[in-house]
Write a protein that binds this ligand. Structure first.
Ligand code: SAM
Length: 296
């Protein structure tokens, strides 16, 4: 949908708090307090107020960086009420910063209704970029990073989680999820049930913190590791799953099953030829599918 040109709002990124009252959406560390930036510190020091998901946590960060700007709470249960207050601040010419407990606000964190409303009202909203768990995890995962689908937290109940995952089983982009220590084992188990034992997965745990660990393997390997070592199920997690193989998506279940059965008795090329003849599909696609099964 194109926006009529008289409704387009153009915002210059050269503005500072001194020029125009703005909402600054400020990313904060996801564990390691050394991941603060000068611009983050300067912005938090120069706004008139900070909207914080948990004011106690934010005050710890502020005291670490030597900033004493007043904070007020903005979390998922009071965000709608706080929007009017922030609009009034901006209209009085006072800039406000938005922070969450960790990482980038709005990413599985509060802030979307606020930013959406401020954009509609034509206020200036400026990002102060920084840490974000999903991007940090993706950057070290070794999984394809050209296309990815961030799904946030999966449903907490297993039946709902399985049906959610089933809808993603043919997605070819890298899948990224957030997960907590309460559910990591159950979620990885459900992923194995839906995506199969061989699908490649990376679990990035406690990024930037003392027990930072990146586990890389297939769903069956990592399920086993989580079972055997309870320490691996502690902390905060980003789970990244390799997208479905294009050949798997394009071949029917019957063609894939037949190919997998034939490969137990025949060389790959012969198995692919038979499936291609019987099911009217491309021989190369079946052959590539068989190669990919071996390489996962
Ligand atoms: N806004 C945050 C961001 O930019 O990443 C995410 C907030 S969300 C409420 C919290 C979840 O992010 C955690 O349950 C975990 O899945 C993930 N997460 C946050 N910090 C992490 C870390 N240091 N290591 C691994 N995962 C982390």
């Amino acid at each position: 949908m194109s926006i009529p040109s008289d409704q387009l709002q153009i915002q210059s990124s050269q503005h500072t708090a001194a020029d125009i009252a703005s909402l600054y959406v400020v990313a904060t560390p996801i564990g390691n307090l050394e991941d603060t930036s000068d611009r983050m510190r300067h912005t938090l020091a120069s706004v008139s107020r900070i909207a914080a998901e948990d004011t106690r946590r934010t005050k710890q960060l502020l005291s670490h960086i030597g900033v004493n700007t007043p904070c007020f709470s903005l979390h998922e249960h009071n965000e709608r009420q706080k929007i009017d207050f922030i609009v009034q601040c901006l209209e009085r010419g006072e800039s406000v910063a938005l922070v969450s407990d960790a990482g980038t606000p709005l990413i599985s964190d509060p802030g979307y209704p606020l930013v959406n409303q401020l954009r509609e009202l034509g206020h200036s909203v400026i990002p102060i970029p920084g840490p974000c768990a999903l991007i940090a995890a993706l950057s070290v995962s070794g999984l394809p990073s050209d296309r990815f689908l961030f799904e946030g937290f999966l449903p907490s109940k297993s039946a709902a989680r399985i049906s959610y995952l089933q809808n993603l089983s043919k997605e070819t982009a890298t899948l990224i999820f957030y997960e907590s220590s309460h559910r990591i084992k159950a979620s990885i188990g459900d992923m194995m049930a839906v995506f199969g034992e061989n699908r490649r997965v990376v679990i990035a745990r406690e990024i930037t913190k003392t027990f930072e660990t990146v586990l890389n393997g297939n769903l069956s390997n990592l399920c086993e590791i989580l079972e055997q070592d309870p320490n691996q199920a502690k902390g905060e997690f980003v789970v990244l799953v390799k997208g479905a193989d294009k050949n798997v998506v394009e071949l029917s279940d019957e063609s894939r099953l037949l190919a997998l059965k034939l490969i137990e008795y025949l060389p790959g090329k012969q198995a692919a030829k038979i499936v291609a003849e019987l099911h009217g599909v491309k021989k190369n696609m079946v052959y590539q599918f068989l190669l990919d099964q071996n390489s996962e």
